[in-house]
Design a protein around this ligand. Sequence first.
Ligand code: FAD
Ligand code: EPU
Length: 339
Amino acid sequence: MRISENVSLRSYNSFGIGGQARFFASFTSTDELKRLLENPPLPELPHMILGGGSNILFVHNFFEGILLKNEVKGIEVVREDDEYVYVKAGAGENWHRFVMDCIEHNRAGLENLSLIPGNVGASPMQNIGAYGVEIKDCFHELEAYHLKDHALVTFNNADCEFGYRESVFKRKYKGQFAIISVTYRLSKHPKFNTTYGAIEEELKHMGVHELSIKAISQAVINIRSSKLPNPAEIGNAGSFFKNPTVDAAKYAALKEAFPNIVAYPVANGDYKLAAGWMIEQCGWKGFREGDAGVHARQALVLVNYGNATGDEIYRLSQRVLDSVQEKFGVELEREVNIV
Ligand code: FAD
Ligand code: EPU
């Protein structure tokens, strides 16, 4: 449990943004976290919990506080019945490795969420989702440590107020808790979800005749690898913006003006619009200025080709946001956490 000073940020965020943090420390248990938080002058400074750094944009060259990297490990079965296995994972476990562990043990529910970067502890933060599944579909509960009260609190599914890329931890409890562990309820009798996007096509292409969670996971891995830039090669944080929702009247007007607009019906008669399509229509796909750019295969992903600053990426995101507003009259919201 060492506290380092003036630590480079670059290896701690998938955007590969440089700069420094005044202090940096990692912790492997709530006891270690508690001791860190009691260490003067740390209680007075801003602190931020860090997972894999794959959904963060550091916009300042210097983080005047302490970055606390969550390294709480462990995967254990805590309960089991005829239908489900309840598996508790430490927040510092790598998400994809956890999903692979579930698949190896034939525990179903998370296979569509294969290959999402980051750690288990961040998975409830924005209710991660992909290919027709969100973690809320098999989330059971989590334990979170209150950074000021030093109390360990349990949150069940309803307590987290999950929404599309949302939870209480991004809203009313922002910055207040360190998530320590998350328990997922995984099924012994899988319900396969292959309806979304190109999964069925990919399964056919793979020559799969008998469906399994392993095959679905591999199909998702193949699709994701062909579409999304690998942060090890080009800095990025996945989708930079959320897909916005509009009401039926706004959608009808957009459809008339832009007959090819890509949209999906959601609850209450509303429509979710593909932000990537709108950004592409504004001419941004493949745009590059200095080392900041918009990915050439996925316009929803902003990229750092090497030495872009967080501020450059942020200013590019503002230009993208403004042009979508101007062309479509739709306001995009950033999905990435701006620090
Ligand atoms: P970090 O980036 O380290 O942190 C994100 C936020 O959560 C920060 O505000 C941080 O303070 C907070 N935080 C992290 N851990 C904790 C904790 N233990 N306790 C309290 N607060 C914490 N997301 C999707 O939903 N679906 C996708 O399909 C998807 N695809 C992606 C593809 C690529 C190539 C990339 C780079 C990202 C993608 N993402 C996707 C975004 C990202 O992978 C997820 O948001 C992931 O959950 C972030 O995990 P992390 O550990 O890296 O979090
Ligand atoms: N599209 C374009 N041009 C583009 C990008 C997309 O026309 O440059 C169109 C596609 O052709 C498609 C539609 O937009 O018709 C949707 O594209 P895609 O299937 O690639 O998904 P997305 O809406 O861009 C969302 C999530 C991803 C998630 C995928 C798969 C958000 C903000 N993003 O992307 O999540 O992996 O669906 O489920 O909801 C993330 O959150 O970081 C992330 C990568």
